[in-house]
Design a protein around this ligand. Structure first.
Ligand SMILES: Cc1cc2nc3c(=O)[nH]c(=O)nc-3n(C[C@H](O)[C@H](O)[C@H](O)COP(=O)(O)OP(=O)(O)OC[C@H]3O[C@@H](n4cnc5c(N)ncnc54)[C@H](O)[C@@H]3O)c2cc1C
Length: 380
């Protein structure tokens, strides 16, 4: 029986572990290692921060009954074993690398900004926001999907606060018409837009930009993500931004027994270039990673990943939303959905992420773009 260790039990890791257990059955023994006994719904962390949802879910019912959970942090990956922070170690025949992503501003004074990229940051905000006095200024940095959703959620939940979104642009990658509609929705939520600004640093009392200083009582980083440095520390091959480099089947380019999935892995050009860090990509990558491990165990050649994107779904508070349909390479299509219906669809999408992990064997995904489709710039 092959021992498979899955490092990280987020969207990609849980899907990989469940599919391995459900499909592999007597061929595999699956152990998942994660620092938390509970599952963190990262896509709800901005809602958690605003106090309108709880992003912490029990793992019961989410992990396949044959998957063992070890609550610990992996400190180092060696040739056929991992070292844990509790002094233990686990041996593996195959390892699934699924450690996800974290906040990464790279700004000077980053410690003065809260983050919605992880539970600790969202918890801190959840405690802080209700204690801010009326009129206090909350500055959200980042005009991507996370910044848009975070600023709207806080503005709707705390109308007495002044919420400002600071960025060079808002949804800058989308067509002009979509951008204008999102900006209108943010304004309706009460979010003040400060666009055309590049943030250069954070201070305890505000944000430095290339056009001057913006005072802030509570600053939130909602910009780009970075990844844990576990692969780098373990001397595994990584891209410039620290993600595990894999081939087109998701096998690590330098270690035939390690498979990389989710935000922390980067498959090559035609297979992975259009995949932004998202659970939309992480869940199918987890499923495909499981299929790759099973093929390796059976001595078969794994299939290349073929994964397409479907859209970008934004919820602005409880009753408003915007969905931009995309081509499979993640570039915008002409079709959009707006308003309450879009908010409902986004909520359904969020719920479906959990459902899909509960039915790993039946899970299917959209095939990747054809060679003729263009590759857009990164989004989140
Ligand atoms: C506020 C917010 C809103 C978002 N909204 C959307 C959205 O609407 N749609 C969308 O598609 N995406 C969204 N995303 C992005 C999405 O959450 C991530 O892309 C997704 O979580 C990636 O899944 P993953 O499994 O790769 O990593 P994660 O979900 O980050 O899971 C990684 C797991 O690995 C664990 N881990 C890390 N290091 C170790 C270690 N050394 N040892 C053991 N375990 C470790 C972590 O604790 C974590 O549990 C959002 C993100 C945020 C922050």
């Amino acid at each position: 029986m092959a021992q498979v260790v899955v490092v990280g039990a987020g969207y990609a890791g849980v899907m990989a572990a469940n599919r391995l257990a459900a499909v592999g059955q007597s061929d595999v023994r699956v152990t998942v290692v994660d620092p938390r006994a509970e599952f963190v719904e990262r896509i709800r962390l901005h809602e958690h921060a605003a106090g309108v949802a709880n992003a912490v879910q029990e793992r019961r019912g989410l992990l396949h009954r044959d998957v063992r959970l070890r609550v610990a942090t992996v400190e180092k990956i060696a040739e056929r074993s991992v070292r844990l922070d509790d002094g233990g170690a686990l041996e593996f025949d195959y390892l699934v690398y699924a450690v996800g992503s974290t906040a990464a501003s790279g700004l000077s004074g980053a410690e003065y900004a809260h983050s919605v990229a992880d539970l600790a940051g969202a918890d801190a905000l959840r405690g802080r926001l209700p204690r801010l006095p009326a009129g206090a200024r909350v500055v959200v940095i980042g005009g991507g999907l996370t910044g848009i959703e975070t600023s709207a959620e806080i503005a709707y939940r705390y109308p007495s606060l002044t919420v400002e979104l600071v960025s060079q642009s808002v949804a800058g990658w989308l067509p002009e018409s979509s951008r204008a509609r999102i900006e209108g929705k943010l304004a309706k939520a009460g979010v003040r837009l400060r666009t055309g600004l590049r943030v250069t640093g954070v201070r305890p009392d505000g944000v430095a930009t290339d056009a001057g200083f913006l005072p802030s009582d509570c600053t939130i980083w909602a910009g780009s993500f970075g990844v844990p440095d576990l692969a780098l520390r373990s001397d595994l091959p990584v891209s410039a931004d620290g993600r595990l480099r894999t081939d087109d089947t998701l096998v690590c380019v330098d270690h035939g027994r390690i498979v990389g999935v989710g935000d922390a892995a980067t498959p090559p050009g035609h297979v992975g270039e259009h995949l932004r860090m998202s659970c939309q990509a992480a869940i199918p990558m987890g499923a495909h990673g499981a299929d790759t491990v099973l093929a390796l165990i059976r001595g078969e050649q794994p299939e290349p990943l073929s994964l397409g994107m479907a859209g970008q779904a934004i919820r602005l508070g409880r009753r408003d939303g915007f969905i931009q349909a995309t081509h499979r390479d993640d570039s915008a299509r002409g079709f959009v959905l707006s308003g309450r219906v879009a908010a409902l669809v986004k909520e359904r999408v969020c719920r479906f992420t959990l459902t899909s992990m509960r039915f790993p064997r039946a899970y299917r995904w959209l095939p990747g773009p054809t060679a003729s489709e263009s590759i857009p710039a990164g989004i989140r």
